[in-house]
Design a protein around this ligand. Structure first.
Ligand code: GRF
Length: 199
């Protein structure tokens, strides 16, 4: 299966996917990495021929940027589109074009804390547990069907940075568990409920 990855930042989730493919524990190929940040470290994790990026600032509208992004993604003929730390909201046209095969990893126990600053919000709320979710992408932000979640404790004295690091540690195995289901054809937006142990 062909996997396109959208990433805005560091790309540690992308790296976990690349490492699993290299180790033979995930069957698939990363056929392109796409970014709204031309300087994103994530892009450097793959060969130049697999990189696409454009600064959204240079476009007249969200729709215009999204249309170019969608055409670039479509050109690599992906079976799956993985948003791994992609921080720009995807427009409806993009989402509909790849609907049912676009998934996102989000650092909270959805439906709690859609959007940004999830770790700080979990601490401020006094939550005892926090974590990460992998979900299907629909036009509404971070609101698509949840596929799998992994839970971590919130410890006394946690800062958002400490908590983010703890969550990231469970994101990678969680994402790989879901990607294994995806590439083996066991993941469908309207299929049976999927159970994945994120631990
Ligand atoms: C992860 O916590 C992801 O869930 C969030 O942004 C972070 C990206 O990390 N949306 P990386 O770029 O994969 O290292």
């Amino acid at each position: 299966p062909r996997i396109a990855v959208l990433a805005s930042g560091r790309g540690s989730n992308l790296q976990a996917v690349l490492d699993a493919i290299a180790a033979g524990t995930l069957a698939g190929d990363v056929v392109g990495v796409f970014s709204d940040k031309p300087g994103a470290a994530a892009l450097q994790r793959v060969a130049p021929a697999l990189r696409w990026s454009a600064a959204a600032k240079g476009y007249p509208s969200r729709e215009a940027f999204d249309a170019d992004l969608a055409d670039a993604v479509a050109a690599v003929r992906p079976d799956w589109v993985l948003c791994a730390g992609y921080l720009r909201i995807l427009g409806d046209a993009f989402v509909e074009r790849f609907r049912g095969r676009t998934i996102n990893i989000h650092p909270s126990l959805l439906p709690k804390y859609r959007g940004l600053h999830t770790h700080a919000r979990a601490i401020e709320s006094g939550d005892g547990e926090h974590g990460a979710s992998v979900h299907f992408v629909i036009p509404e932000l971070d609101a698509g069907a949840v596929i799998a979640q992994a839970v971590v404790p919130v410890n006394a004295g946690d800062t958002p940075e400490l908590l983010a690091e703890r969550v990231l540690g469970v994101e990678h195995p969680l994402l790989l568990a879901v990607m294994r289901l995806a590439v083996s054809g066991r993941l469908a937006e309207h299929g049976a409920t999927v159970q994945v142990d994120g631990h």
